[in-house]
Design a protein around this ligand. Structure first.
Ligand SMILES: *[C@@H]1O[C@H](CO)[C@@H](O)[C@H](O)[C@H]1NC(C)=O
Ligand SMILES: *[C@@H]1O[C@H](CO)[C@@H](O)[C@H](O)[C@H]1NC(C)=O
Ligand SMILES: *[C@@H]1O[C@H](CO)[C@@H](O)[C@H](O)[C@H]1NC(C)=O
Ligand SMILES: *[C@@H]1O[C@H](CO)[C@@H](O)[C@H](O)[C@H]1NC(C)=O
Ligand SMILES: *[C@@H]1O[C@H](CO)[C@@H](O)[C@H](O)[C@H]1NC(C)=O
Ligand SMILES: *[C@@H]1O[C@H](CO)[C@@H](O)[C@H](O)[C@H]1NC(C)=O
Ligand SMILES: *[C@@H]1O[C@H](CO)[C@@H](O)[C@H](O)[C@H]1NC(C)=O
Ligand SMILES: *[C@@H]1O[C@H](CO)[C@@H](O)[C@H](O)[C@H]1NC(C)=O
Ligand SMILES: *[C@@H]1O[C@H](CO)[C@@H](O)[C@H](O)[C@H]1NC(C)=O
Ligand SMILES: *[C@@H]1O[C@H](CO)[C@@H](O)[C@H](O)[C@H]1NC(C)=O
Length: 276
C-alpha cells in the first residue's frame, strides 16, 4: 500500500514536471499566464518564436509569434480595469527575431538601424514592418490593446508589430473595440486578477504581396480570480471580415479553435478556469 502511494506520488510529480516543460518555452516570463500554464503546442506553428515582450529592460506581456506568416498566434497579458488613453508613438519591432544576440528591447526600425548594423532587408525578412500596413486598407489591430493597462509605459509596450495583425477596420473600431473597452470592463467587475489571451487564426490571404497574413478570425479569452476567491472565465470570437462578435464560454471557444486548427484539444488556460 505504501509503495503504491509512493509510486503514485512519483508518477504525479513526473506529470507535473511535464507541464513545467511546456512552461519552459516562455521560461523567462511565465507570470503572464494564469498559474504559469501556457496553452501548449496545439496552436504552435512550425516556425514560431516565444517573445517575452520587453521595453527598456522590463517585461510587460508574452507573445507567440508565427515567423512564416509574420503575425502573432496570440498575446498573453494581465488585464487592468482601466480606460487608458491611447499613447501616440511609432510602432516598434523585435530585434531578436533577426538575431538572438541583438537587444531584447523592442524599438523602432529607425533606432535599430542607428544602433546596429542590421539592414531594412534583414528586419523585413524576420517580421512585419509599418510599410506592410501602410496603404493596405487594414488596421494594425492590437491583440493586447493599449487601453487595458495602468500606465503609459506598458501602454507604449503594446505598440510592437509582433502584437498586431491586419484587422478589418470596421471590426477593429466597432464590435472589437466595444468588447475591449466595455464588455471586458463589465465582466471583470469583481476580478482581482484577470489573465487574458487574445489570438488570431490565420487565413489564406496576405497584405503586401505574400508578406503578412490576414487572419480569418480574432478571439479572446479571459480567466478571472474574484475578490471572494471564486473563478470565472469567458471567451469572444469574431470573423475578421465582418463587424460581429460572439460571446461564448471558455469551453466553447476552445472547441471552436480545436476545430479550426484541426487538433483534438485546445487548452488555453489552466484547469482552474471554468469552461462552462
Ligand atoms: C551575433 O550573431 C551573428 C550571427 O548570428 C554573428 O555574426 C555576430 O558576430 C554576433 N555578434 C556579436 C556581437 O556577438
Ligand atoms: C538616426 O541617426 C540619424 C543620423 O545621426 C539621425 O538623424 C536620426 O534622428 C536617428 N534616428 C533615430 C530614430 O534615432
Ligand atoms: C555586425 O556587427 C557585429 C559587431 O558589432 C559583427 O560581429 C557582425 O558580423 C556584423 N554583421 C553584419 C551582418 O555585418
Ligand atoms: C506600469 O505598469 C506595469 C504593469 O503593471 C508595471 O510593471 C510598471 O512598473 C509600471 N511602471 C510605472 C512607471 O509605474
Ligand atoms: C511613451 O512613448 C512616447 C513616444 O515615444 C514617449 O514620448 C513617452 O515618454 C513614453 N512614455 C513612457 C512612460 O515611457
Ligand atoms: C459583481 O458582484 C456584484 C455583487 O455581488 C454582483 O451584483 C455583480 O453581478 C457581479 N458582477 C459580475 C460581472 O459578475
Ligand atoms: C486555405 O487553403 C487551404 C489549402 O489550399 C485549404 O485547405 C483551406 O480550406 C483554406 N482555408 C480557408 C479558410 O479558405
Ligand atoms: C462562483 O462562480 C460561478 C461561476 O463561475 C458561479 O456560478 C457561482 O455562483 C460563484 N460562487 C460564489 C460563491 O460566488
Ligand atoms: C457580450 O456580452 C456582454 C455582457 O457580458 C454584452 O454587454 C455584449 O453586448 C455582448 N456582445 C454581443 C455582441 O452579444
Ligand atoms: C486537454 O488538455 C488538457 C491540458 O493539457 C487536459 O487537462 C485535458 O484532459 C485534455 N482533454 C482531453 C479531452 O483530452
Amino acid at each position: 500500500m505504501m509503495l503504491w502511494l509512493l509510486l503514485l506520488q512519483v508518477w504525479a510529480s513526473c506529470l507535473w514536471l511535464g507541464q513545467g516543460e511546456v512552461v519552459e518555452s516562455f521560461g523567462s516570463c511565465p507570470q503572464f499566464f494564469y498559474q504559469n500554464f501556457t496553452p501548449g503546442n496545439a496552436l504552435t506553428p512550425p516556425n514560431a518564436a516565444n517573445i517575452c515582450q520587453t521595453l527598456n529592460n522590463q517585461q510587460f506581456f508574452a507573445t507567440l509569434y508565427n515567423k512564416d506568416k509574420r503575425i502573432p498566434v496570440y498575446s498573453a497579458y494581465i488585464y487592468k480595469r482601466e480606460r487608458g488613453k491611447r499613447p501616440t508613438l511609432q510602432w516598434m519591432v523585435e530585434p531578436q527575431l533577426i538575431r538572438l544576440n541583438l537587444s531584447k528591447n523592442m524599438q523602432t526600425v529607425g533606432t535599430l538601424k542607428n544602433n546596429t548594423n542590421v539592414t531594412k532587408e534583414e528586419i523585413m525578412a524576420s517580421q512585419a514592418v509599418n510599410g506592410d500596413y501602410d496603404g493596405s486598407g487594414w488596421d494594425r489591430g492590437h491583440l493586447n490593446p493599449s487601453g487595458q493597462h495602468e500606465n503609459e509605459t506598458i501602454r507604449n509596450a503594446t505598440f510592437t508589430l509582433t502584437n498586431a495583425v491586419p484587422m478589418n477596420p470596421t471590426l477593429n473600431r466597432g464590435q472589437w473595440r466595444i468588447y475591449e473597452q466595455q464588455t471586458m470592463y463589465n465582466k471583470a467587475e469583481n476580478c482581482s486578477t484577470t489573465h487574458v489571451i487574445v489570438g488570431a487564426v490565420p487565413g489564406n490571404s496576405s497584405i503586401n504581396q505574400d508578406r503578412v497574413n490576414i487572419p480569418n478570425y480574432i478571439w479572446a479569452a479571459a480567466c478571472c480570480e474574484t475578490n471572494n476567491n471564486n473563478m470565472s472565465a469567458w471567451g469572444a470570437f469574431a470573423d475578421n471580415n465582418q463587424n460581429q462578435l460572439r460571446n461564448m464560454t471558455l469551453g466553447q471557444l476552445e472547441i471552436e479553435l480545436a476545430n479550426l486548427y484541426g487538433v483534438q484539444n485546445v487548452s488555453l488556460f489552466h484547469g482552474g478556469c471554468p469552461r462552462t
